[in-house]
Design a protein. Structure first.
Length: 419
């Protein structure tokens, strides 16, 4: 049964196309059940994120157009609207693709870890809907193990490659005992939310969220066990913060030299790290002239980001090697499935012969025949009948000059291959 990975992602389609084929959680059950209702689809799972929509399925027959048509129809589109943006992988390349996606090698940000959790949710949903069976269950479990090995054996996720990650990495270098420190994040956009997440994940003791709209600040603060303040309250709380990270859309600076100088005095000269990742800047440049203040801008973080990218690219090469080996292992398991029915039929045939010969031997013993003689006859007859078909085929292969079958027989029965 072919395994297929079919989809659209940030590399192949613009956001307006990706939006049209995204699956909401409310319709995911409906989509999965509708997909497996297609005649050739035996199993299916759907991964849908802001950057990709992908279908993983087991097909009786490989059919590009069937999946394109199904995806278009489900979203009330014409197939031509998406055909030029889709990709299709089959069997070992499909397995390789899923391993790479789960390991963060196919992400917008190389090595990002969130995608693995999204893939786990994808499998859980498909499993809950009853659209997975032996093939996809084994594939996804193997995928989780591969992604874990990549995270464990390489540095794919350890180096900063985003402004938010770089800012928090810099803070960790300066403040070793993160749990005993307080950070103030200024703003409430995606970057600041990501900064707050990284701070929390790294064990920071306390977070203050400052924003022009206090309700939005409350939303972020609540998620990360912090507390919210308005921008005008910053001077009253600035001295509490060891780390200040700011990213707003303000056209003018939010923090000036005077406010920071007052905070330093209140802190009794305890150092402050200030990271301004806003453009235009949120913190006046003169703040960097103050003693005990370490001010960094977004430009200062670029070197950290470039080093992180280089490190992750090197780790990605190691990850690709791991994935190559694991694809081979999975495809070996998949090929072994075709032998199951052959082995079952062979065993059933042998068991039938065994049962027939045992019944004959039992009858002879019950009629008073000599037990030793009965056992010899049983062994002789059982051996002859078990090897009859193979020896007949070997004789025929020798007669026909079929060296391939003869070689296979030697391998199968562990015999010396005569020259």
């Amino acid at each position: 049964m072919p395994i297929v990975a079919f989809g659209i992602n940030h590399k192949t389609a613009p956001v307006d196309i990706r939006e049209k084929v995204a699956f909401s959680q409310e319709r995911m059950d409906e989509a999965l059940k509708d997909l497996v209702a297609c005649p050739a689809v035996n199993e299916a799972a759907i991964l849908s994120t802001c950057n990709r929509t992908e279908i993983y399925c087991g097909l009786e027959q490989f059919n590009d157009e069937q999946l394109i048509s199904w995806l278009a129809n489900f979203h009330s589109l014409e197939a031509d609207q998406i055909r030029g943006y889709t990709y299709m992988h089959r069997d070992d390349t499909a397995v390789q693709h899923l391993f790479r996606v789960a390991s963060g090698l196919d992400s917008l940000v190389l090595g990002e870890p969130q995608i693995l959790g999204q893939i786990k949710d994808t499998f859980a949903k498909a499993n809950e809907c009853g659209t997975t069976a032996r093939l996809l269950s084994r594939l996804f479990q193997h995928t989780f193990n591969v992604a874990k090995q990549v995270r464990t054996d390489t540095a794919i996720g350890s180096s900063p490659v985003s402004v938010a990650f770089a800012a928090v990495s810099l803070a960790k270098q300066i403040f070793s005992h993160f749990e005993s420190h307080t950070a103030m994040v200024i703003g409430a956009g995606e970057t600041i939310e990501l900064v707050a997440r990284h701070l929390k994940e790294n064990g920071l003791g306390r977070i203050i969220v400052a924003n022009r709209t206090v309700e939005r600040a409350h939303t972020i603060a609540q998620e990360f066990d912090g507390y919210a303040i308005a921008l005008e309250e910053i001077p009253a709380h600035l001295a509490e913060a060891d780390i200040i990270i700011s990213s707003t859309a303000s056209p003018l600076p939010i923090l000036g030299k005077g406010a920071v100088e007052s905070a330093i005095k209140a802190r009794k000269r305890k150092p402050m790290l200030m990271i301004d990742i806003a453009v235009p800047r949120d913190i006046e440049g003169q703040v960097g002239e103050l003693e005990d203040v370490y001010l960094y801008t977004v430009d200062d973080l670029q070197e950290i980001i470039q080093e992180g990218l280089k490190s992750r690219q090197e780790a990605a090469q190691q990850a690709e090697e791991i994935i190559e080996v694991q694809v081979t292992h999975f495809m070996g398991w998949l090929r072994s499935l075709s032998s199951v029915s052959i082995i079952r039929e062979f065993r059933e045939s042998a068991m039938t012969i065994q049962q027939n010969e045992l019944e004959k031997a039992t009858a002879k013993l019950q009629n008073g025949s000599d037990a030793e003689q009965v056992l010899k006859q049983l062994a002789h007859s059982l051996t002859n009948k078990l090897i009859h078909a193979p020896t007949s085929q070997i004789r025929q292969a020798t007669h026909d000059g079929n060296q391939e079958l003869l070689s296979a027989a030697c391998t199968l029965f562990e015999l010396n291959n005569p020259k």
